[in-house]
Write a protein that binds this ligand. Structure first.
Ligand code: HEM
Ligand SMILES: [Ca+2]
Ligand SMILES: [Ca+2]
Length: 315
């Protein structure tokens, strides 16, 4: 019998057990300290991981900085990535520095990002799941690749389902992963249309709670507001990783149009209802879905990948 071909795209939980056995402890010391000192690092890093995996796969392409004076903009510079918080990038840079000091040139930035995202989910009260590892860092990061791969706050359910399907994710996984919006914040411009001129009606979105509408309008005036204002995606518990996002959708408290839409479409509503009803079920499903998202477009080997030493620059 010929030897089984070496699986190229498969990740494993014990990938670094010989090369760098203390890896998760090292990353964990950085994430737990960051969570205490800069708790906003949690939503920042989770979103960073999502935006990495959806563009070129989970390969650390989001971490690359545009070369000084270069006209070829890296992914970070794309409009869709402008609001990724610095706190997420900083957490990965710090974790990478500690890992490099113990296991030089052995651990990819993409694996560190996957571990850090899991840590922050757990620290915020979410599930703890095993992170499979063995990702190599990608050799491309281009702003132009970003727009077709990152959903927008006014994407329709149809568009969301198609985009997630193109990444191998199901409708259930779309709904469950959107549950990440149980922590973190959004800028006014991402929901302003819902407050003043919903789909060109000059009226607010009817699927938005009246009291919440008043509050949102106060923080986010139609014009002349400060571009720095952010409001919680989950109005009830913006720092706790629970199913508050889904119970909120049930009372018309979704902040983004794309969030509330999940509760209006017959394909996604039953799933959102189930997650609102059963917190444990959500947490378990979320861990499973993150594992799957973390395996999108994974690269292995020198042809397509590298192990960066500085996550911001190609080798
Ligand atoms: C389903 C389609 C999705 C859309 C349309 C969407 C869109 C957005 C938008 C517009 C924001 C606010 C950004 C800002 O104003 O600063 C946001 C925040 C966030 N998103 Fe999503 N997102 C989606 C799915 C996901 C997924 C799958 C994850 C993770 C697995 C995720 C994690 C987050 C987190 C944690 C935040 C808060 C970031 C912070 O406070 O710094 N999102 N999202
Ligand atoms: Ca990527
Ligand atoms: Ca919450």
């Amino acid at each position: 019998k010929p030897p089984a071909p070496r699986p190229h795209r498969e990740l494993s939980a014990d990938y670094y057990s010989k090369k760098c056995p203390q890896l998760e402890t090292l990353v964990g010391s950085v994430t737990s300290q960051r969570f205490k000192e800069v708790p906003i690092s949690a939503p920042a890093t989770i979103r960073l991981f999502f935006h990495d995996c959806f563009v070129e796969g989970c390969d650390g392409s989001i971490l690359i900085e545009t070369k000084k004076g270069s006209k070829k903009l890296a992914e970070r510079e794309a409009y869709e990535n402008k609001e990724l918080r610095e706190e997420g990038f900083d957490s990965i840079i710090k974790a990478k520095a500690l890992v490099e000091s113990h296991c030089p040139s052995l651990v990819s930035c993409s694996d560190i990002l996957a571990i850090a995202a899991r840590d922050f989910i757990h620290l915020a009260g979410g599930p703890y799941y095993q992170v499979k590892k063995g990702r190599w860092d990608g050799k491309r990061s281009t702003a132009k690749n970003v727009p077709p791969n990152i959903p927008r706050s006014n994407s329709t359910v149809d568009q969301l389902i198609k985009l997630f399907a193109s990444k191998g994710l199901t409708v259930e996984e779309l709904v469950v992963l959107s549950g990440s919006h149980t922590i973190g914040f959004a800028h006014c411009k991402n929901f302003l249309g819902r407050l003043y001129d919903y789909k060109g009606t000059k009226r607010p979105d009817p699927s938005l709670d009246q009291r919440l509408l008043k509050e949102l309008r106060m923080s986010c005036p139609f014009s002349g507001g400060s571009s720095g204002v952010v409001l919680p995606l989950d109005a009830t518990t913006p720092f706790v990783f629970d199913n508050g996002y889904f119970t909120g959708l049930g009372t018309n408290m979704g902040l983004l149009g794309s969030d509330q839409a999940l509760f209006l479409d017959p394909r996604t509503k039953p799933i959102a209802l189930e997650m609102a009803r059963d917190k444990q079920k959500f947490l378990k499903a979320f861990g499973d879905a993150m594992d799957k998202m973390g395996s999108i477009g994974v690269k292995r080997g020198k042809r397509h990948g590298e192990i960066r030493t500085d996550c911001r620059v190609f080798l």
